[in-house]
Design a protein around this ligand. Structure first.
Ligand SMILES: [Fe+2]
Length: 231
């Protein structure tokens, strides 16, 4: 059984003008400076993925940071409607930056636009096994519900960071993916991820994820006992 993505994954360079991009960098850094100093709207922390993140909603999202993205989204699919924007900062200050293979939770999202605001390292994204390196002010458009995606494992050094913005677009009548097809792809691409990561870099959290697959090859690779499996 296959899962047909609603869009072919692709990179678009220079999503914003140079001037707007510089304004975006200021905007995002101000959010991090502001939110880390207030108890009202704290940044959320995800230690396992090594990131802090938050959502930006109207009226705090200036049109200049939304309209060009929605215009591009509509050129791909006229029925696409903007739903929400989340922004994230990855750094080893927050844990271990990583993103193992996964599908986003089923919903009527038709695609996501992953925009790299600013980074001082290259950290490629894999979509169905294809590697996409991103640059500042470029974005990756892909169907995060119907394609498996992850970040190529990479160790962050002190001071290295990535600021991203995730624009979510939905289509009202779009169908949900088949769970069996997702399970097949998760098994297939977790093996690729294991190879990319290297066994020596596996954390206990990774092992728990792998155990959930109950896949003989992967469990043997990690010397995990199937009898001690976590369900
Ligand atoms: Fe995702």
């Amino acid at each position: 059984m296959s899962i047909k993505p609603s869009v072919d994954a692709h990179i678009k360079k220079e999503l914003f003008t140079k001037e707007t991009h510089l304004e975006y960098v200021d905007f995002i850094k101000n959010i991090w400076d502001y939110k880390k100093n207030t108890k009202l709207s704290p940044l959320k922390l995800d230690k396992f993925l090594g990131k802090t993140y938050t959502n930006i909603i109207d009226p705090y999202l200036p049109n200049k940071f939304l309209d060009p993205v929605t215009e591009y989204a509509k050129s791909i699919n006229p029925k696409a409607e903007f739903v929400f924007l989340s922004v994230v900062r990855y750094s080893k200050d927050y844990g271990t930056p990583q993103l193992p293979p996964h599908f986003d939770a089923p919903s009527n999202l038709c695609f996501i636009i992953d925009y790299q605001i600013e980074s001082n390292l290259t950290w490629p994204i894999c979509i169905d096994g294809e590697i996409f390196p991103l640059e500042d002010n470029s974005c990756l458009v892909f169907d995060s519900i119907r394609t498996i995606h992850w970040r190529v494992p990479q160790t962050f050094n002190d001071g290295e960071y990535v600021y991203m913005a995730f624009y979510h677009y939905a289509e009202e009548s779009i169908s949900l993916p088949a769970p069996e097809a997702q399970a097949h792809k998760l098994e297939k691409y977790f093996k690729v991820y294991l190879d990319q990561l290297g066994k020596e870099n596996f954390s206990d959290s990774h092992k728990l994820l792998i155990q959930q697959f109950n896949n003989k090859e992967m469990l043997e690779f990690l010397d995990l006992n199937r009898d001690n499996m976590v369900q």
